[in-house]
Design a protein around this ligand. Structure first.
Ligand code: NAD
Length: 507
């Protein structure tokens, strides 16, 4: 990463610590590079360890002083609604900035960012309905109930592919439950998060409730290892997720991990093939394949293999690459040079392992795209599930097509992976749909659609795709501790050596 001492010609954004905008304490900054034209367009501070400490201390004070956790649910709900309204007002600006950072299409990011307002509204409702329950224990003269309490200071670390959405998946439930937060966005996409922080301040969240520090992996490591952090919410690669989990284990802090995937998208012969082609394209070429839930293994039934793959290749060849801000563009760039090189390396690996490039396979030769990190939509045929391109997450526009002949074989191949984030099933047979859904080892399964998410539906992975769930009421459980309360109502004197003296009557 280039480090700039100062960047007078670039737009300059600052971190948010304890309600104040601040640079890094040693003044260092790093650039954000637009992957479409290769130009540096903004800078953000490269936080020092002392800056991370300041941010965690601010969040700690905001939590320990009782200010934020003791606000009423209605007050928290009102602030979340205000934040939602501000996101609605400013979603165009937020979306454009995110496109400049990561090259994802405005036609996708625009609606995605606008929908984050709905996220805030949904969790504002939940803020007032975080319920415990009364428990009928079989011991006389006691009233028992549970309470869900905030955990404390949350470290939220996010990746570059959907920086705002993946942040909101953490921020909304964490705040609804009464936690305070320190956010560390990816070094590839710091600015969109820093802009969102403006809205948090404008909405009126008390100082220290939400803090943002920026910088590279080292900043993430300082934050997740900080003794003042009570809970880590991490989205990123499985490799870094394991490091974060190790750091969490050292201190036994709560951790949730949303990690990588190698999701199967299974097309049965009885499917509506036009629909399935669109679903497979959405699964692997939307966002240039840079989604954790990418349907990167396309499993196709033998009897329709040639027909289906022919249609898939034909549509993939016609995908329009271009400026991600242009509403007619269908695929933008890779987000950064490192990712671009990684994807090209995997295409070489696929060729070397004997898979056949059916379309794409490198850089487009259009001179208009020469400055951008573009890779053609690439379809590999004749892929075996033991090849590297079927086992490892590529995180780019590369589909690995695998043939199967029976439902049993499809399920076996689909589950033969260390990941388990998502899966797609294309069939018009309702019995088969239920049978296959029940057997797939994945956190989300779509039947006859792909890549849909909602704030109301829990999202997360089996296996090495992660721990815990985001979205839905399940996400609030990730940000609360459960307290069990026993109230004696009998007034009997307890036997100190047999506390259950009035124990359960025999069944
Ligand atoms: P990454 O793991 O390289 O980085 C993620 C974040 O962790 C960044 O903010 C980074 O600076 C930080 N980081 C790096 N080293 C760290 C360390 N040692 N300790 C703490 N933090 C550290 O991931 P990426 O390349 O930014 O994103 C792509 C990955 O994210 C893919 O694997 C993708 O599947 C995954 N992802 C998962 C989901 C999901 O919901 N499951 C969603 C989006 C992306």
């Amino acid at each position: 990463m280039t480090t700039l001492e100062e960047a007078p010609v670039l737009e300059s954004y600052d971190m948010l610590i304890d309600g104040e905008r601040t640079g890094a304490s040693d003044g260092r900054r790093f650039p954000s590079v637009n992957p479409f034209d290769g130009k540096e367009w903004a800078t953000a501070p490269e936080a020092t360890e002392a800056d991370v400490d300041r941010a965690v201390s601010a969040a700690r004070r905001a939590f320990d002083s009782g200010g934020w956790p003791r606000t009423t649910p209605a007050q928290r709900a009102r602030l979340l609604r205000r934040l939602g309204a501000l996101i609605e007002e400013r979603s165009d600006e937020l979306a454009r900035v995110q496109v400049l950072e990561n090259g994802k299409l405005l036609r996708e990011v625009g609606p995605q960012v606008a929908a984050l307002a709905g996220h805030c509204y949904y969790f504002s409702g939940i803020a007032e309905t975080i319920l415990g329950h009364t428990v009928p224990v079989s011991i006389p003269d006691t009233v028992n109930f549970t309470v869900r309490e905030p955990i404390g200071v949350v470290a939220a670390v996010t990746p570059w592919n959907s920086p705002l959405a993946l942040l909101m998946w953490k921020l909304a439930p964490a705040l609804a439950a009464g936690n305070t937060v320190v956010v560390k966005p990816s070094e590839v996409t710091p600015v969109s998060t820093l802009l969102l922080a403006d809205l948090v301040v404008e909405a009126g969240f008390p100082p220290g409730t939400v803090n943002v520090v920026t910088g590279g992996g080292q900043v993430g490591a300082w934050l997740t290892a900080h003794p003042g952090v009570d809970k880590i919410a991490f989205t990123g690669s499985t490799a870094i997720g394991k490091l974060v989990a190790q750091s969490a284990a050292e201190r036994l802090v709560r951790v949730s991990l949303e990690l990588g995937g190698k999701s199967p998208n299974i097309v049965f012969a009885d499917a509506d093939l036009d629909n399935a082609v669109n679903g497979v394209i959405a699964g692997i070429f939307a966002a240039a394949g840079q989604t954790c839930l990418a349907g990167s293994r396309v499993l196709v039934e033998d009897s329709i293999y040639d027909d289906f793959v022919g249609r898939l290749v034909d549509r993939s060849r016609r995908i329009k690459l271009g400026n991600p801000l242009d509403p007619t563009t269908e695929m933008g760039t890779l987000a950064c040079k490192a990712q671009y090189n990684k994807v090209l390396r995997y295409i070489d690996i696929g060729r070397a392992e004997g898979a056949t490039v059916l379309c794409g396979g490198g850089r487009p030769d259009d001179p208009d795209l020469a400055d951008g990190l573009f890779i053609e939509p690439t379809v590999f045929g004749d892929v075996r599930n033991d090849m590297q391109i079927a086992r490892e997450e590529i995180f780019g526009p590369v589909a690995s097509v695998i043939r199967f002949s029976t439902e049993e074989e499809a399920v076996t191949i689909a589950n033969d992976t260390r990941f388990g984030l998502a899966a797609g099933v294309w069939t018009n047979d309702i019995r088969r749909a239920h049978r296959v859904v029940a057997r797939l080892r994945a956190g989300t399964v779509w039947v006859n659609s792909y890549r849909r998410t909602s704030y109301a539906m829990p999202f997360g992975g089996y296996g090495e795709s992660g721990l815990g769930r985001e979205n839905g009421i399940e996400s609030v459980h990730e940000y609360t501790e459960v307290k069990s309360v026993w109230i004696d109502t009998g007034g009997t004197v307890q036997d100190p050596f047999n506390p259950r003296a009035t124990a359960q009557p025999a069944r």
